[in-house]
Structure formats: C-alpha cells, structure tokens
Design a protein around this ligand. Structure first.
Ligand SMILES: *Cc1c(COP(=O)(O)O)cnc(C)c1O
Length: 408
C-alpha cells in the first residue's frame, strides 16, 4: 500500500489556501474586495461571511496558509507588525501584569514595552535572553505573564535558545512569544520548539518585495490564557481560548489587514522557500568575504562557523537568513560606508528582493539610545537581497574603499 507523505514546506506554501476557484477554476483565487456580503436570510450568512472587518475570504486564505506553515492552530493578519504586537499584548495582559522582553528587540517593540503600554499600567523589564537563568529570576521575581524574544536579534544577529526560554516561561506559568520576522517560517519553527505564540512583521520576508506593510500573529493549537491567582482567566469571550480572544479583539478594534495587502502577503509565501535559500546563501558569502576584509573589525552572522550563535542556529534554524551586520573603525566610517553603495539602497527595513544597507545607531535603533544595551559605533547592517552575489560583494568593497575604511 502506498501512503502519501505529508507535503513539504514549499508544497504547502504554494497550495494551502489557494485551492482553484470552485466556479471558474482560477488557479489563483480571486481577490475578494467586498466590504459586505449578501445574506440568504436574516441571521443566515453565506459561508459565514458578513462584514469585512470580521472576516474576509482573501485574508482568511492567507491566515490559513501562514498558520499551516508555522505549525499553529490559527493565524491573524494585521495592518502592520506593530498593530499585531499591540493587539496580542492586549489579549495576553491586563494593567499591572508584567512582561520580560529581550533587551535587543525591534525598536518599535522596545517602545511599546517601555513607553506606550506602561502608560496603561503594564510593567515590563528588559532581559538578556542569552542569560536563561537571569530570565528565570526576573520571571519568578516579577510574576511575569509573558516572555517576549526575537531571534536572531537585530542588528547583532544573536541567537537565543527558544526551547530553553519556553521551559523557563512555562515553569513560571508564563507564555513565550517569539518574533519570527528575521527567520521567517521557512527557517525556524518557534511553536515546534515550545513557544506559544509567533509574531511577524509580514512587511519583511513574508511579503518579500518592499511593497506592503503588514503583521501577523500565529497561535499554538489549543492555547489558553494562563490562570490567574483567582482561578481561570476566561477573557472577553468567556472561553480563555487565545485564538478566540484574538478574533474577538481584532474585529472589535478593527486592526485587520486589507484584502489587497493580504493577497500580496500570501503571494509572498509561495516563493518564501526559494527566496530564503538564496538570501541565506548570499548573506553567508558576504559574511565570509567581509570576515577576511582588512577594514572590517567584526562580522555578526550565525552562519559563520566561529560565530557565538552558530551551534544553536544550526540546531534551531534551517539556515541563517539574509541579515548580517559588520563593524568598521568608527561611526564616521560606518556612516560613509552606508552612504557609498550603489546596488544596496540606503534604507531602513529588510527582507526584500532588493538589498538594503543602514546605520543602526541612528536609523533604526535611536529609540534605545541611553539604554543599558549600546550598539558598537562602527556598526553597519545589511539586508542581503536577491541580486547576483558577485555584484553585492563588489558594491560593498567599493563602498569600503570610498569611505576611506581601507588601509588605515
Ligand atoms: C519591522 C519589524 C517589526 C514591526 O513591523 P511593522 O510591519 O513595521 O509594523 C517588528 N519586529 C521586527 C523584528 C521587525 O523587523
């Protein structure tokens, strides 16, 4: 007897949520732009669709595909990564609750936890996710409800142990949220490693073409709100079911991705495997080239065998992804390198076909200045795109030369 194997990642990325249209046979389902749906009778919806803020067929298809690729029970598509994060935090915490978050999370996430949500009573403490014992101490001492980490981190590409952090969180009755934006579901499956929730800025690798802003939350199947001292936390829905809570709050506050952007994000998923392979291979080639470059003091990329995160990355990631950073002598040199490339565009963001270069201390990480955690002054971050790697290497070499970083 022949059994059909479970389809692999790339097969599911192409087909889940993309079944040919029942009426026309379109191999790409039509884009559903309608804001409202005709009903067959009062309280008789057609296929459950009523009004676009609640549910939309194009958004649903993308959410099904993303949930499948992350190995989650449900996914929710948001108009931005930040709205996804904010909605998730509102579902999982109440005023007075505590969050232990990685001290090198994305700048917007850092601001959410240090400026925005504390104004509404949330308590939050930055922790070094590389020091699992210290995380455990904070979580126990503060009675944290959430541990929130990003791996690999930005812009130093540190890798953190998702399984160990999940254990620390669960032992204390907290949940672990992992921002999987840098790895994408192709390179890393946080839920399989024990995380409870995954968040994405789909603006980056999922969309993959710098032509949309979007976010997503993926929830482990069957996840419930952790109990509170008084007993079960049943949330707004009376069920305590985290997916139901997210569905309720997303619709209640209207933080939904537009059908057009959901369609683009879904299209991005179909090429994600191929793109991540190429991004990772080119980033490794660039990292190896820069490591041997006389003007470069350090390269941060877990794909390099000597990188401190290499072994852990080899265990929990399929490859090391398309972002790397390197250090030149000082801030002036770093700024000039970032301004001297021709193939790499000087721009924030990452994860797309076109290569991008930036100077993190002022362009993406200014929100953290003065924090315990300081960036090296000479740091430059690259998002390695899909161009020919020879052209990318030549471009960086010319920029290092033009910046006067060579020969000092
Ligand atoms: C960009 C980014 C975000 C925020 O997403 P937006 O789509 O810009 O709102 C969150 N986390 C990480 C790791 C990011 O790179």
């Amino acid at each position: 007897m022949t059994t059909t194997p479970t389809p692999g990642f790339a097969t599911r990325a192409v087909h889940v949520g993309q079944e040919p249209d029942a009426t026309t046979g379109d191999v790409v389902p039509p884009l559903h732009v309608a804001s409202t749906h005709a009903q067959d009778g009062v309280e008789t919806l057609r296929h459950g669709y009523e009004y676009g803020r609640g549910a939309n067929p194009t958004r649903d298809a993308f959410q099904r595909a993303l949930a499948d690729l992350e190995g989650g029970g449900a996914a929710f598509a948001f108009p931005s990564g930040m709205s996804a994060e904010d909605t998730l935090v509102r579902v999982l915490t109440r005023p007075g609750d505590h969050v232990a978050f990685g001290d090198d999370v994305y700048g917007g996430t850092y601001r959410l936890f240090t400026v925005v949500r504390p104004a509404e009573g949330l308590r939050a403490t930055p922790v070094d996710p590389g020091d699992v014992d210290a995380v455990a101490a904070t979580v126990a001492g503060e009675g944290s409800r959430l541990v929130w980490v990003e791996t690999p981190s930005n812009p130093l590409l540190e890798v953190f142990d998702i399984a160990a952090l999940a254990e620390v969180a669960h032992r204390a009755g907290a949940l672990l949220v992992v921002d999987n934006t840098f790895a994408s579901p192709y390179l890393q499956h946080p839920l399989a490693l024990g995380a409870d929730v995954v968040v994405h800025s789909t603006t980056k690798y999922v969309g993959g073409h710098s032509d949309l802003i979007g976010g997503a939350v993926v929830v482990a199947a069957g996840l419930h709100l952790p109990a509170r001292p008084g007993g079960a936390d049943l949330g707004w829905t009376g069920t305590g079911d985290v997916a139901a809570e997210l569905r309720f709050l997303q619709s209640a506050i209207g933080a939904v991705q537009s059908p057009r952007d959901a369609h683009l994000a879904h299209r991005g998923l179909k090429t994600l495997a191929v793109r991540m392979e190429r991004h990772s291979a080119s980033a490794l080639a660039l990292a190896e080239h820069l490591r041997d470059h006389p003007a470069v003091r350090a390269v941060h990329y877990p794909g390099l065998a000597e990188d401190p995160g290499h072994d852990l990355a080899a265990r929990q990631m399929r490859a090391s992804g398309g972002v790397l950073s390197f250090e030149v002598a000082d801030a002036d040199h770093a700024r000039r390198v970032a301004e001297s490339t021709r193939v790499f565009s000087l721009a924030v963001s990452l994860g797309a076909a076109e290569s991008l270069i930036e100077y993190p201390p002022v362009m993406t990480h200014a929100v953290k200045q003065g924090a315990r955690w300081e960036l090296p002054a000479g740091i430059v971050r690259l998002s390695v795109g899909l161009e020919d790697v020879e052209d990318l290497i030549a471009d960086i070499d010319v920029a290092l030369e033009a910046a006067g970083a060579v020969g000092e």
